[in-house]
Design a protein around this ligand. Structure first.
Ligand code: ZN
Length: 408
């Protein structure tokens, strides 16, 4: 069997031009601009007509423009495509258990500015405070900019129809009408996604172009909790109404530690940041001593602190164990691990790989296991989630929505 050609995007039919393909095109144009239609066809292996159909739609919607560039070899100078980077901005919000980050991104997916605040207090009050902070920055520094949408990443189960966080064990949120609260304040379309799903999505936009032909990608997000996101055939697998809960709560030991979800021995209780820190503190904490963060454990490990190294090694074993189960079931081409723990990648990588390799029944031909392409992948993933949703219809951009808001 011959290998698929390198850098070959998945085939799409012109009758099946889904939004996801536009995302892939925009990723390619962003990375390779200026790029001609012919080069896109060559790169993707798609027919010229299919390429033109997608490109024309992108031009019509103002996401891409066409210009001439480079020396002409005689005849008509070739036309090249560029991203219309400043056509509008989007906001990305990543709600984390300890802190929440929001960012302003241009259409190139480049973060222009970001700010963090502690995630604290009752959810409704916290979201009002978050909206205050966003409004302050946007109205003072982006008063002339246009905004298209807001992408929000949140750890928990989300009702996609209503934009409600049904439950988030780690945030301890229940039935929080996230979309309604933010829409009332920000006056923009709000698109909400589970944090591990958002993280998986970040790889479609920020991942290596050489992986553009990867059909199945499993993302394991190691944060306070543990979540997984799955890309199948270039699309995010979101399951049914409540979205995909991921594999963080699959049972490893039914008699194990109590999990944030109320059950015992979930994968999360063995391999999350919290599990790692607790493991470290069980053997090192002095009574009354302060809590440490995962980043501190990693930096101690990088200085060869024995207990920190050991805590991370055990986490790596459990990550490898869980991933090996999923690899057998899902057979992905790429497994990506994201979160602060990847700062200790040189320590954890050989352990994770060894554990996965030792568990094969039939070894896959090729399995890439690598750290995430971006830091804080759930934040970066919220950017293409907002952008992608802007592609669905021609943009109705108002001027800065914050300026027209009536202050009461
Ligand atoms: Zn659980």
């Amino acid at each position: 069997m011959s290998e698929p050609p390198a850098n070959n995007f998945k085939m799409v039919d012109v009758h099946d031009v889904r939004d996801i393909n536009q995302t892939i095109f925009l990723h390619l144009i962003r990375e390779r601009q200026p790029i001609s239609r012919a080069d896109i066809a060559k790169f993707t292996g798609l027919r010229a007509g299919t390429v033109s159909a997608i490109v024309n739609r992108l031009i019509k919607n103002n996401f891409v423009y066409e210009g001439t560039e480079g020396p002409s070899s005689g005849g008509r100078p070739p036309k090249h495509l560029y991203i219309n980077a400043e056509s509008f901005y989007v906001l990305a919000i990543d709600i984390g258990v300890s802190d929440t980050v929001f960012a302003v991104s241009d259409f190139n997916g480049r973060i222009i500015q970001q700010k963090s605040l502690l995630t604290e207090g009752a959810p409704e009050q916290f979201l009002e405070k978050l909206a205050d902070e966003i409004e302050k920055i946007v109205s003072t520094q982006y008063s002339r900019a246009k905004f298209g949408a807001v992408g929000v990443s949140v750890p928990g189960l989300i009702d996609r129809e209503t934009g409600t966080v049904e439950t988030s064990p780690n945030l301890e949120w229940k039935n929080v009408p996230l979309r309604r609260i933010l829409m009332n304040r920000l006056h923009l379309p709000i698109y909400i996604e589970n944090d591990a799903n958002a993280a998986a999505f970040s790889e479609l936009w920020y991942g290596p172009l050489s992986e553009a032909n990867v059909r199945t990608l499993l993302f394991v997000l190691v944060v306070e909790g543990l979540g997984t996101g799955l890309i199948i055939n270039g699309e995010l697998h979101v399951g049914s109404r409540l979205g995909l809960g991921g594999f963080g709560h699959m049972s490893i030991d039914p008699n194990g530690e109590l999990c944030s979800c109320g059950r015992r021995g979930c994968w999360e209780t063995f391999a999350s940041e919290r599990a790692t820190v607790e493991r470290f503190q069980r053997v090192t904490a002095k009574p009354g001593g302060r809590a440490v963060s995962l980043n501190e454990v990693v930096s101690l490990a990088n200085k060869n602190d024995e207990m920190a190294v050991e805590s991370l090694k055990i986490t790596a074993e459990y990550l490898g164990e869980g991933i090996s189960n999923l690899v057998h079931g899902l057979y992905p081409e790429t497994v990506v691990i994201g979160g602060n723990i990847t700062a200790a990648w040189s320590l954890i990588e050989p352990i994770i790989k060894k554990r996965i390799h030792s568990r094969y029944i039939v070894a896959p031909e090729k399995l890439v296991i690598r750290p995430a392409s971006v830091q804080r992948p759930s934040l970066f993933g919220a950017i293409p989630i907002a952008l992608q949703n802007c592609f669905q219809k021609p943009l109705q951009l108002s001027k800065n929505p914050f300026k027209t808001r009536v202050k009461i």
